[in-house]
Ligand binder design. Structure first.
Ligand SMILES: C[S@@+](CC[C@H](N)C(=O)[O-])C[C@H]1O[C@@H](n2cnc3c(N)ncnc32)[C@H](O)[C@@H]1O
Length: 252
């Protein structure tokens, strides 16, 4: 049985943890957690557990990631029950590859427990399916922030042509640049786009607009929590979506 667990802490609301995640958190001797993990989730560990804030934020220098890997391996070697808590799902923009690699290299067995990722938490908040037959047949998770800060080099034209729903993580700051790239790549400025701040949490805010208008709305909103951006026809208001569906069914 592994003694080290990479655990998805979900988008914030502790009720969105999996039963398995809640069980290992409660049993843990050591909990290493990121800045995006809700304090109520960390507090689910027992009073005697060692709680270590590794404060990993997106875009931070890789040396910090190396330190986290070293710490994880050092804790794993003690034989303690170690829970590495990561916001959302560990396998989605969570640097899980590095941590699993470090554990593997050290010969430490581990298990990954998935979590609710921000994209699906946002979809739930919006009451909006990210895929819709005839409207959005694919779903794309994109990083809105590159390793060297600024925008990653996405294939903007292919993404635009895909006609799928685009979900941008870590794109709150870079949205003006992202939107320009999509519009230059042929996306209509009227394409529905929505930003969700702090999905599932008390401070949740929803900004509805278009790819043309949303950057200005997001800047004006001065978000304090994490922001996820969703773009595509599937994000249209329900009555517009009904029209799109009718047209899709009619083959238009
Ligand atoms: C480093 S990524 C981690 C993603 C995480 N592993 C997941 O599966 O959700 C951080 C980004 O996730 C998104 N995010 C995480 N939690 C969120 C929340 N509660 N509401 C909105 N966006 C969130 C934001 O785009 C944020 O910049």
């Amino acid at each position: 049985m592994p003694r080290v667990f990479l655990v998805g802490a979900g988008p914030g609301d502790p009720d969105l943890l999996t039963v398995k995640a809640a069980r290992v958190i409660a049993a843990a001797d050591v909990v290493l957690y990121d800045s995006l993990v809700d304090p109520r989730v960390v507090a689910m560990s027992r009073a005697g557990a060692r709680r270590i804030d590794v404060g990993k934020r997106c875009g931070r220098h890789s040396a910090s990631q190396a330190e986290i890997c070293r710490l994880l391996v050092a804790q794993g070697r003690t034989g303690a029950l170690v829970v590495r808590l990561k916001g959302g799902d560990p396998m989605v923009f969570g640097r899980a590859t590095e941590e699993m690699g470090a554990l593997r290299a050290a010969g430490i067995d581990f298990e990954v427990i998935p979590g609710v990722t921000a994209a699906t938490a946002a979809a739930a908040a919006l009451h909006c399916s990210l895929t819709r037959r005839g409207v959005a047949r694919s779903l794309h998770f994109l990083a809105g922030h590159g390793a060297q800060s600024g925008l990653p080099a996405h294939d903007w034209v292919s993404l635009t042509k895909s006609g799928g729903t685009l979900v941008v993580y870590m794109g709150g700051q870079t949205l003006p640049g992202l939107a320009s790239h999509f519009i230059e790549a042929g996306m209509a400025p009227e394409m529905p786009a929505v930003a969700v701040e702090s999905a599932s949490l008390e401070g949740q805010r929803i900004l509805r607009g278009t790819i043309g208008s949303l950057p200005g709305q997001v800047v004006g909103a001065k978000a304090v929590g994490p922001v996820i951006v969703l773009i595509g026809e599937a994000l249209a208001e329900p009555d517009e979506l009904d029209d799109l569906l009718l047209r899709a069914e009619a083959g238009g």
